[in-house]
Design a protein around this ligand. Structure first.
Ligand code: AMP
Ligand code: ZN
Length: 114
């Protein structure tokens, strides 16, 4: 998909509004429009990468920072227990093809996920 057709690129460019929790030069964290838990954030890299399976070695620091920043955001908000999820591919539940880390918290999580 072209970046101009990408929903999360549009959020990053502020062409689509979002409730932003955190931003730095590498990523934006905003609240999911259809939350699956009392807390449901998405951490989105500013670089357009479609899928986790497309990651290259030079993306290691970027993807690590998504997880690290999720932990820092949770800590700041006193969310002690949470789930971090990447969906890779439609069959796994990916609907937006710009990688994003889900941060879910505020309720008891089931295992295994559906
Ligand atoms: P996934 O299904 O893993 O690709 O996750 C995509 C997520 O993006 C879903 O949880 C959607 O609810 C969420 N979403 C779609 N459009 C928006 C939007 N405009 N703002 C915030 N979240 C969105
Ligand atoms: Zn994109």
């Amino acid at each position: 998909m072209n970046t101009s057709d990408c929903l999360f690129c549009k959020v990053l460019e502020r062409k689509i509004p979002a409730k932003v929790e955190y931003e730095d030069d590498k990523l934006l964290a905003f609240y999911d429009i259809n939350p699956q838990a009392p807390v449901h954030l998405l951490l989105v890299p500013k670089k357009h990468i479609e899928k986790i399976s497309d990651l290259e070695e030079n993306h290691i620091a970027l993807t690590g920072s998504l997880i690290y920043k999720a932990a820092r955001i949770a800590e700041k908000n006193h969310w002690t227990d949470y789930r971090l999820v990447f969906n890779n591919g439609a069959q796994a539940g990916q609907s937006v093809f710009h990688i994003h880390l889900h941060l879910l918290s505020g309720r008891k999580m089931r295992w295994p996920p559906g």
